[in-house]
Every structure is written in structure tokens, then in C-alpha cells.
Ligand binder design. Structure first.
Ligand code: HEC
Ligand code: HEC
Length: 224
């Protein structure tokens, strides 16, 4: 897909063209299988060292941040664990932990994290001009540079849309920046149709810092 074509297609048409659903899913917590949650809790015993007992993760400025896992669609988590295992998402910290889990355990831990209440992190303070720039990218994009607004895919309030588009609002800024960089460096290559890689490669360092900082200040799903 050339940048020109990408910019001219209306987004909904683009998503339909690549076979992705824009259907919103409602909260899944009510329908989660209680036994899977229990099994998942046991299988998640090793995860708490980094992702914390409540699944809230941690922002580690200057280091490798641990994402919040609560609030993500279970199928999204399963897809990511498979991607770490098969190397299409290349991360040394996660490789061993994803490899430990079989397909059933992946579903169970994903169900467990989806059952936990979503927490809102306290983002580090950054200057107002940077936040403004981040807000613009997240809500309006920058069409001169073919950067599509994050919210067009990541849902209303950037709180996620179905199993394909994870919520970004209230995620740790260090983690968001880490992922955009991973797509730029092609160490994360598991996104459908290269949708994120295309956008990531058009963002400069200031864009990445700004959009990550702003998204972190926004209410996560259920926190508004
Ligand atoms: C040593 C620390 C560590 C441990 C232990 C760990 N993780 Fe992670 N996890 C990370 C890091 C770091 C990332 C971000 C990786 C990246 O940058 O791609 C991550 C990312 C993830 C993601 C991707 C989230 C997203 O939003 O895409 C999932 C899912 C995940 N971990 C699940 C688990 C599970 C389940 C376990 C336990 C079986 C576990 N992790 C154990 C450090 C850890
Ligand atoms: C054309 C659709 C589209 C747009 C626009 C888009 N994204 Fe994404 N994004 C995706 C998809 C699809 C994924 C999930 C990739 C996967 O399955 O691994 C994703 C995943 C992510 C993730 C990983 C989250 C996690 O929990 O692992 C981050 C961070 C991200 N996007 C940031 C952004 C930012 C910042 C913007 C706006 C500048 C943006 N995205 C715009 C499609 C999009």
C-alpha cells in the first residue's frame, strides 16, 4: 500500500479493505468463565514480578516499561503471547514467559487479566507544549505527514476497539514509546497488514514522546 493510496482511502473503507472489523465490543468481564479465571490466576504467578499483582504494570523511565495488562481484550493478549513465542514480536524479557505457556494457559491468563479491575497510572509530568502536540496527533493526526489519528483505529477516547485495536489511554508512556520504536526498528512485526509499522515510521522522536505522554494522561476504559 503506497502512502498516497493510504491517505486517500477513507479509514472505514481502508479497514474493510484489509478485513478488519470496526465493531465495538462491550465489556467482557461479565461473561468470563470463572474456572478459567482461577486457572489463569495460577498460571500468572510468574507474571506479577513485572506486571504486578493487580496487572497494573509499571512505567520505568529510561528502562523497559511493563505494560498494564488489565483492560485488554483476552484475544488480544493471546495474540501477543503467541507473537512473543513465535518471534514476530521480538522481546527478550517476554520470550521465556510466553514460551512457558501452552495455548490453553494463554487463554486462561488472558481471561484472568480481563477479569481484574482497570487501574489508572499517574503519568510523569511533562510540559504543556509537548502534551498539546501529543493530543493533536492522537485526536486529529497529521495529514501532511500521513499520520492517521490514533483514535480512528484505537477507538473512542483511545480506549480500544474490539480485539484488534488495544486501548492506549492510561497505558504507561514508556511502554507506548517502546512499542512505536519497536515497529520502527521492525522488532515488532505482528500487527495486521502492517497498520502500525506504517504509522510508526512516519513519527519522529518528538512525536513519539508527545503522543505517549498525552495518551498516558487520558482515562483508561472504565476510569472516565
Ligand atoms: C521480567 C519481566 C516480565 C515478566 C515476568 C513478564 N512480563 Fe510480560 N512484558 C514484559 C515487558 C518488558 C513487556 C513489553 C515487551 C515489549 O516491549 O514488547 C511485556 C509485555 C507483555 C504483554 C503485551 C501487552 C500488550 O499490551 O501488548 C503481555 C500480554 C504480557 N507481557 C503477558 C505476560 C504474562 C502472561 C506473563 C507471565 C506468564 C508475563 N507477561 C511475564 C515483562 C515481563
Ligand atoms: C490504521 C489503524 C491504526 C492507527 C491509525 C493507529 N494504530 Fe496503533 N495499532 C493498530 C493495530 C492494529 C494494533 C495492534 C497490533 C497487534 O495486533 O499487535 C495497534 C497497536 C498499537 C500499540 C500497542 C499497544 C499494546 O498494548 O501493545 C501502540 C502503542 C499503538 N498502536 C500506538 C498508536 C499511536 C500512538 C497511534 C496514533 C499516532 C496509533 N497507534 C494509530 C492500528 C492503528
Amino acid at each position: 500500500m503506497t502512502p498516497k493510496l493510504f491517505s486517500r482511502l477513507p479509514l472505514v473503507g481502508l479497514l474493510a479493505a484489509v478485513g478488519l472489523s470496526t465493531a465495538m465490543t462491550t465489556s467482557v468481564a461479565a461473561e468470563l468463565d470463572a474456572e478459567a479465571i482461577e486457572r489463569g490466576k495460577a498460571a500468572a504467578a510468574t507474571c506479577v514480578a513485572c506486571h504486578q499483582a493487580d496487572g497494573s504494570g509499571m512505567n520505568i523511565p529510561g528502562g523497559e516499561s511493563w505494560p498494564r495488562l488489565t483492560g485488554l481484550a483476552p484475544d488480544y493478549i493471546v495474540n501477543q503471547l503467541k507473537a512473543f513465542k513465535d518471534g514476530s514480536r521480538n522481546n527478550a524479557s517476554m520470550l521465556a514467559f510466553a514460551t512457558m505457556l501452552n495455548d490453553e494457559q494463554m487463554k486462561d491468563v488472558a481471561t484472568y487479566y480481563a477479569s481484574l479491575p482497570v487501574t489508572q497510572p499517574t503519568p510523569p509530568a511533562v510540559d504543556e507544549a509537548l502534551l498539546k502536540h501529543g493530543e493533536k496527533l492522537a485526536l486529529k493526526g497529521d495529514w501532511d505527514r500521513y499520520i492517521v489519528a490514533c483514535t480512528s483505529c484505537h477507538g473512542v477516547g483511545n480506549q480500544g476497539n474490539g480485539v484488534t485495536f488495544p486501548g492506549l489511554a492510561g497505558q504507561h508512556p514508556g511502554y507506548i514509546a517502546q512499542q512505536i520504536t519497536a515497529w520502527k526498528n521492525e522488532t515488532r512485526k505482528n500487527d495486521p497488514q502492517n497498520l502500525m509499522a506504517v504509522i510508526a515510521k512516519r513519527m519522529d522522536d518528538r512525536d513519539v514522546e508527545a503522543v505517549s505522554a498525552w495518551l498516558a494522561t487520558q482515562p483508561a476504559k472504565g476510569q472516565e
